[in-house]
Design a protein around this ligand. Structure first.
Ligand code: SF4
Ligand code: SF4
Length: 81
């Protein structure tokens, strides 16, 4: 550990809005979004946040919002802090 305070983020993906286009997965600089094996009600494999159950200190998400900006379905909500 280098003792630097780094910004932590957290995202929520609305699985029913998601169309599984993978843009958020391709653009996330930390590679922490993945596609679910399950289908949503519209029949798409929705994206999910792989750090959903990760402790805050261990999360890599910076809250940079890139995923939310590129999502054409506006399915991603970003929280910082
Ligand atoms: S906010 Fe940034 S780091 Fe966090 S999941 Fe989205 S693109 Fe990745
Ligand atoms: S960019 Fe949006 S619609 Fe596309 S996979 Fe990610 S959350 Fe789903």
């Amino acid at each position: 550990m280098n003792g630097r305070t780094s910004l932590k983020g957290y995202i929520e993906i609305d699985r029913e809005f998601c169309k599984g286009c993978k843009l958020c997965i391709e653009f996330c600089p930390k590679g922490i979004i993945s596609l679910s094996n399950n289908l949503n009600q519209k029949g798409y494999h929705p994206a999910y946040f792989t750090e959903e159950n990760t402790k805050k200190e261990k999360r890599q998400c910076t809250g940079c919002s890139i995923c939310a900006i590129v999502c054409p379905e506006v399915a991603i909500e970003v929280y910082r802090g």
